[in-house]
Design a protein around this ligand. Structure first.
Ligand code: ADE
Ligand code: ZN
Length: 338
């Protein structure tokens, strides 16, 4: 399990260990992890392309060495992370590559108690690469139907590619609604591609029956979250900048708009200094609906279970973690089990 360098022991663990009455810290950690793995939960913010482990990348391209993969997926900041993400995307050349990535992700999620996942596909990148989105999505849909968990899809356009490039993503997503696509979203660089430029495509997506999510308030401030809400976003990817804006938090609370929070992602991309200073707990205490997610587990060295475990170390009780798991199912765009 990737602990991402965050201090291990909560107060209770330290006390139990010091008194010599409890099992050693590691055993407690394992027990807690086992319980977290057993809670039925949903993963609502995970990018297929960011979930591909080095070993799978090597299966996709046997000419790649582990050193080469590491060199291309090591980064210092958000811009570097986006370059790493694009590098991984460029290794995916055929529908079978995407299908293999999904097979691996579905099996990993299933082993963590995930019963339902909404997986984001960077459809905007596929079109940018000049690839056949229909062929790739058909392969993914076939794999989806064989998967050990229930999977639905969010097709993502890239903010910095502009609104015109997003339109064919919406059109494809609308046509694929009968084949597991539930939502349209935008990701990438929120500074270079403000949400207001996507107002019309979001409107078209909504009119076509798609649900709407939007990465916002990750690298930009709370005004970026406000813009995402203004164009109709029903969930916010990250949204952590809301912590600086009381009125915005009140709106998220009152409208029950959840933030898809990804703690390790934010630390690894450098938008938050450390897990201890992450606003997850403070957002929760102000009543903002929060959800626990991984974003790009392979690129961030985390798993959904490790993110729940990390939330536990950031002050969430066992009961609260169970409530977060329950919320992940409740805020799904489709109804799990149907
Ligand atoms: N695409 C994949 N991961 C992302 C992130 N954390 N922010 C924006 N776009 C992304
Ligand atoms: Zn994301």
């Amino acid at each position: 399990m990737a602990a991402m360098g965050f201090g291990k022991s909560g107060e209770q663990q330290t006390a139990a260990h010091a008194s010599g009455v409890g099992p050693p810290e590691e055993a407690i950690c394992r027990q807690r992890l086992v319980r977290l793995l057993e809670i039925p939960k949903a993963e609502l913010h995970v990018h297929l392309e960011g979930s591909i482990e080095p070993a799978t990348l090597q299966e996709i391209d046997p000419s790649l060495s582990l050193a080469e993969i590491e060199a291309h997926t090591t980064y210092e900041d958000f811009a570097g992370f986006l370059r790493a993400y694009v590098w991984v995307n460029k290794r995916l050349e055929t529908p079978e590559h995407y299908a293999l990535a999904l097979r691996r992700l579905a099996s990993t999620l299933s082993a963590q108690g995930v019963v339902y996942a909404e997986i984001t596909l960077s459809a905007g990148v596929i079109l940018w690469k000049g690839q056949d989105l229909e062929a790739i999505y058909s392969a993914l849909w076939e794999e989806t139907r064989r998967a050990p968990i229930e999977i639905r899809w969010i097709l993502d356009a890239i903010r910095q590619f502009g609104a015109e490039a997003a339109r064919p993503v919406v059109e494809f997503a609308a046509r694929a609604r009968q084949r597991g696509v539930v939502a349209f979203g935008i990701g990438g660089d929120e500074v270079r591609g403000p949400a207001r430029e996507f107002a019309e495509v979001f409107h078209e997506a909504r009119a076509a029956g798609l649900r709407l999510t939007c990465h916002a308030g990750e690298t930009a401030g709370s005004e970026s979250v406000r813009e995402a809400l203004a164009i109709g976003a029903e969930r916010i990817g990250h949204g952590i900048a809301a912590i600086e804006d009381e009125a915005l938090m009140a709106e998220l609370r009152e409208r029950a708009i959840p933030l898809e929070v990804c703690v390790t992602s934010n630390v690894r991309t450098g938008v938050v200094a450390s897990p201890a200073t992450h606003p997850l707990r403070r957002l929760y205490e102000r009543g903002v609906p929060v959800l626990i997610n991984t974003d790009d587990p392979a690129l961030f060295g985390c798993t959904l279970a490790s993110e729940y475990e990390l939330a536990g170390r950031l002050g969430f009780s066992e009961t609260e973690l169970e409530e977060l798991a329950e919320a992940s199912l409740r805020f799904a765009f489709a109804e799990p089990g149907r």
